[in-house]
Design a protein. Structure first.
Length: 81
């Protein structure tokens, strides 16, 4: 496995990593790997979701689809919690 050296970690970040590592019963190294994995997974998920939305949008024919201001207001009101 490749190794990476991380330099100049801000003290606040280092203490946060150390805190979460202790809380989750991990070494600092394992906590950093876990954090990077979580970050990359979320980023991949977001990119994948955007790509899927673009594909769906490409296949939808929206010609002639218009909402009146009254209909738009109703949709907005219904979407509110």
């Amino acid at each position: 496995m490749p190794n990476i050296t991380i330099r100049n970690i801000p003290d606040v970040l280092y203490h946060d990593i150390k805190h979460f590592a202790q809380k989750d019963h991990r070494s600092i190294n394992s906590e950093i790997i876990h954090g990077i994995f979580e970050y990359i997974s979320r980023k991949k998920s977001a990119v994948t979701m955007i790509e899927e939305i673009k594909k769906i949008h490409e296949n939808i024919d929206v010609n002639g689809f218009e909402l009146s201001p009254k209909e738009m207001k109703k949709v907005i009101e219904q979407s509110r919690p």
